[in-house]
Design a protein around this ligand. Structure first.
Ligand SMILES: Nc1ncnc2c1ncn2[C@@H]1O[C@H](COP(=O)(O)OP(=O)(O)O)[C@@H](O)[C@H]1O
Ligand SMILES: O=P(O)(O)OC[C@H]1O[C@](O)(COP(=O)(O)O)[C@@H](O)[C@@H]1O
Ligand SMILES: [Mg+2]
Length: 361
């Protein structure tokens, strides 16, 4: 096989396990095929920067602690979509061809992109535009990428949320309080559902299931009055709507809207309707950090090796995915058409109901 030179970048929100995936790609490319690997800095931004921000990666790069470290040492970005790049003067410019030219100027034969749903859409378009051989690796704490059971970073984020519930329980019990924990997840409730079940929540509110505040209050009263347990745990996803039917969002520095803060509304309602002493914790970016959990390191490693193998086979426009305890590849066009929400008829929703957890309906 001809010696190749491939690029790798991380795009979108960071999460734990990205470094493990970059390491796996680098090791497989070097040891398996004798290729050269170029790490591109700060997602798509690295290729449109002047000068281009990229560096050769070798096994020496990973001789230290990177496998065990959260975040991405290459840097990432959720800003500067090359198709609609916000210029310093406020104008919006299509810089997609600069991305393609940047790729070509590095003499690369292919690109491996580690990203979530948004990144896959952008990278798919960019690579089609430049006829760039592309393999995607799914990452995001939200686990909302279609056609894969798990994304890199999800398990670590759920562990953080479960740990938060473990810490909230004794203080809730000591003060006879209701503790509301708001978790991330964008438009999907995967973190909330997994953490709520594993962390013994009494109520879990998900964007996929419309809730009725009367049902939530009834559950809290039942816990206090019938179960004779004068404390309760409530988990809510950041994307659930308030009782007025709106999501709670705030603009970031680029003017893009992010979720955050609906837990305060839920906590206020619970306090008002039940009279229970209630406190609210918004877990936030703690869910994105920390040492990657075993499963995130494992799937990151399996994804990285398979992504290089696919490139060696001449495959393109596909994403590696985890299905039935195996790594498979799926067409990128199919991935970007869908969004993976919770299956409300699935095992975990059934499990939550079976445990007597109130889902608000
Ligand atoms: N390559 C990129 N350049 C600029 N912005 C991006 C890029 N990839 C994703 N984003 C933006 O980052 C945010 C991340 O959310 P999302 O769309 O879910 O992406 P991801 O899941 O890849 O992190 C979105 O606002 C998206 O438009
Ligand atoms: O870091 P930011 O820009 O505040 O974004 C927060 C959002 O990013 C996430 O943490 C991760 O989302 P992505 O993986 O899609 O980037 C969401 O759960 C959350 O809504
Ligand atoms: Mg996403």
């Amino acid at each position: 096989m001809a010696k190749k030179r491939i690029g790798i970048l991380t795009s979108g929100g960071d999460c734990a396990g990205l470094n493990a995936a970059i390491r796996a790609v680098t090791r497989r490319a070097i040891d398996g095929f004798g290729w050269e690997v170029v790490g591109i800095r700060n997602g798509t931004l690295g290729l449109i920067s002047e000068p281009i921000e990229a560096e050769i990666l070798d096994k020496q790069t990973f001789s230290g602690v990177l496998l065990r470290q959260g975040g991405t040492f290459l840097g990432s970005s959720t800003k500067g979509d090359p198709f609609a790049f916000k210029m310093p003067d406020g104008s919006v410019k299509d810089r997609s061809m600069e991305f393609v030219e940047g790729f070509r100027s590095l003499n690369l034969d292919g690109l491996i992109g580690i990203g979530g749903d948004g990144s896959m859409k952008i990278l798919n378009r960019l690579c089609e535009l430049g006829d760039i051989p592309f393999i995607g690796i799914p990452k995001t704490i939200d686990n909302d990428v279609a056609l894969t059971e798990f994304t890199i970073g999800f398990t670590t984020a759920v562990n953080v949320a479960v740990d938060a519930l473990d810490r909230l329980l004794p203080t809730a019990a000591s003060h006879h309080r209701v503790m509301v924990l708001e978790v991330m997840g964008r438009d999907a409730g995967h973190i909330a559902l997994h953490a709520g079940i594993a962390g013994g929540a009494d109520v879990i509110l998900l964007p996929e299931i419309a809730y009725d505040m009367d049902k939530v209050a009834e559950k809290i009263r039942d816990v206090y009055e019938n179960e004779k347990r004068s404390h309760a745990l409530v988990v809510c996803s950041e994307a659930i709507k308030t009782s007025q039917g709106q999501t709670v969002m705030h603009a970031n520095e680029e003017g893009k809207m992010n979720y955050g803060g609906v837990g305060h509304e839920i906590g206020g309602q619970i306090a008002k309707m039940t009279g229970a002493d209630t406190r609210v914790t918004v877990l936030g970016h703690l869910q994105r950090g920390g040492t990657p959990a075993m499963r995130d390191r494992l799937i990151a490693s399996a994804f990285g090796v398979r992504a290089v193998d696919l490139m060696a086979q001449g495959k393109t426009n596909c994403m590696v995915a985890w299905q039935h305890r195996e790594v498979v590849d799926v067409p990128l066009d199919e991935v970007v058409k869908r969004y993976k929400k919770i299956d409300v008829t699935g095992t975990l929703v059934h499990t939550a109901r079976g445990l007597g957890i109130c889902l608000g309906d």
